[in-house]
Design a protein around this ligand. Structure first.
Ligand SMILES: Nc1ncnc2c1ncn2[C@@H]1O[C@H](COP(=O)(O)OP(=O)(O)OP(=O)(O)O)[C@@H](O)[C@H]1O
Ligand code: SF4
Ligand SMILES: [Mg+2]
Length: 339
């Protein structure tokens, strides 16, 4: 585990909403977290819980309209990105904070050689001649483990395999030595072997370059492999925020416990895995109480009436669940429930 120090990002009560003809979708609805230099923070949760919208909000890449940052702050080294003028924000994007997108072809131009695309990205932020930038691009391709980088730099994205294109994306994201790297499902589109290689590569580069990394994934296996800390998102909120060790050894929120129980276990021979019944409430019509209540077998009257706060526990884990309040009179989860 990396030593954690300087705070790079501080997200405070961030709200990103979409105003559509169906009403207001509260995709991200009041989240708080920090990211320190050298830290890898995992953001996990089911599809639609607000992971990508959180990362796109940080880079101010929310499609607007219909999206809008409706409240809160995103402090990068103390400066609020929410209110930063567009020209200042452009300097931060790609230079200080970079993102690896899930599908590389959406952010690579299919008909321009990859070396040239990386060189262009470098020249956007750094004073360098075309020739110097091209050499740096080849260096970056070498850094991310692409064989024959000089030859590959001259090829167009369609001439490369999926794993290779993902490496190009990483090279591009790292080409300006960002302080913060946001990786949104960086390996979902890849096969298992390449997936492991890419994660190892991000980990290695992070250790070498000391970046803060936000690793967005729906895969708890990826979290266990790569993250120091984890924020579990559910319906636009963080419901548990813990060190990776605490999350796996002593998960607290019933949703987190459900996610862990639905992981396949190597030493067990079971036909069916645990599944969390039901579905995430609509972002257009969130319940007033706990957003997980309709799927939670421990729900009590209080859970339906009032929304729980995210409260820090004695082991440092923060959890948003009435069960961890002093007044709780209902049952508490036992391991058997989730097996
Ligand atoms: N253009 C849009 N218009 C309206 N609502 C939107 C729009 N884009 C996103 N949303 C809302 O934001 C919610 C969160 O989406 P987000 O992409 O952040 O989910 P996610 O956690 O990244 O899911 P996945 O695991 O599938 O990538 C969606 O459920 C949707 O309601
Ligand atoms: S607050 Fe209540 S409904 Fe929500 S997760 Fe906790 S026990 Fe379940
Ligand atoms: Mg997403």
């Amino acid at each position: 585990m990396t030593e954690l120090n300087e705070i790079l990002l501080e997200v405070k009560d961030l709200k990103t909403h979409f105003h559509t003809k169906h009403g207001v979708s509260k995709a991200v609805d009041g989240i708080d977290f920090t990211l320190r230099k050298g830290e890898t923070l995992g953001i996990v949760g089911e599809s639609g819980c607000g992971k990508s919208i959180t990362s796109l909000s940080i880079l101010r890449l929310i499609p607007s309209p219909p999206g809008k940052i409706a409240g809160g702050q995103i402090l990068y080294k103390g400066r609020d990105l929410v209110t930063l003028p567009d020209n200042e924000m452009r300097k931060i994007r790609g230079n200080d904070i970079s993102m690896i997108f899930q599908e590389p072809m959406t952010s690579l131009n299919p008909v321009i050689p990859v070396g040239e695309q990386i060189a262009e990205a470098i020249r956007l932020h750094q004073k360098m001649s075309k020739k110097e930038a091209r050499l740096k691009a080849v260096d970056m391709l070498k850094l991310v483990g692409i064989p024959s980088p000089e030859k590959r730099a001259k090829q167009e994205p369609f001439q490369l395999s999926g794993g290779m294109r993902q490496r190009v994306m990483i090279a591009m994201a790292l080409s300006c030595n960002p302080e913060v790297l946001i990786a949104d499902e960086p390996t979902t589109a890849l096969d298992v072997t390449i997936q492991a290689q890419i994660l190892e590569l991000i980990k290695e580069l992070q250790a070498r370059l000391g970046m803060g990394v936000m690793m967005i994934t729906h895969d708890l296996g990826v979290v266990a492999e790569t993250c120091d800390t984890v924020a579990v998102m559910y319906a636009g909120n963080i419901v548990e925020h813990a060190s990776t060790q605490n999350l796996f050894d002593d998960p607290k929120h019933p949703y987190t416990r459900g996610l862990l129980a639905s992981l396949p276990k190597i030493d067990e021979d079971r036909d069916e895995l645990y599944t969390i019944e039901g579905s995430v409430p609509s972002a257009y019509n969130m319940p007033v109480g706990c957003r997980f209540a309709s799927r939670c077998e421990f729900a009590q009257a209080v859970c339906l009436e009032k929304k729980p706060d995210l409260i820090e526990q004695s082991d440092g884990t923060k959890v948003r669940c009435w069960m961890y309040s002093d007044e709780w009179a209902g049952a508490k989860p036992t391991e058997e429930v989730f097996n």
